[in-house]
Design a binder for this molecule. Structure first.
Ligand code: ZN
Ligand code: ZN
Ligand code: ZN
Length: 135
């Protein structure tokens, strides 16, 4: 299929619009919400290893999933403040790939229909011996 110039402009416009709706920015360590990236990254964060907030790069969703255990939370701040027995930091870490119909292991390429079944299955190619989701 060959895309016309008009079509490319329409897609670019749609994409730009989608980004504009996302007016909130969240820290991936503590879940704090900021209205601009610069104010987020310049504030200090007691939960971050670097002591500064770091931007959560995933989309705003109805639910957020832990990348280590697959648990689902309705807000980023409740996710990051709950303890996680599967995470090296002992806290849940948000998966920033968004909600998907299928999740793929970034080491072996196996696909699963849920994040929690992916992260709980063993993987011979992964350094942690468990599948890890690709974004
Ligand atoms: Zn933070
Ligand atoms: Zn977790
Ligand atoms: Zn795998």
């Amino acid at each position: 299929m060959i895309m016309s110039g008009d079509m490319i402009i329409a897609i670019t416009y749609l994409y730009a619009n989608r980004r504009n709706i996302m007016a909130n920015f969240y820290c991936k360590w503590c879940g704090s919400k900021y209205s601009s990236v610069s104010s987020l990254v310049n504030s200090s964060c007691s939960d971050s290893p670097s002591r500064k907030h770091e931007l959560y790069e995933g989309p705003e969703e109805n639910y957020y999933y832990c990348v280590y255990c697959g648990n689902k939370y309705s807000s980023l701040s409740s996710l990051v403040h709950s303890s996680c027995s599967d995470s090296p930091s002992r806290k849940h870490v948000p998966f920033d790939g968004g909600e998907k119909a299928q999740y793929t292991c970034k080491y072996c390429g196996t696909t699963y229909s849920s994040l929690s079944s992916l992260v709980h299955s063993s993987c011979s190619k992964s350094p942690t011996r468990k599948h890890q989701p690709a974004k």
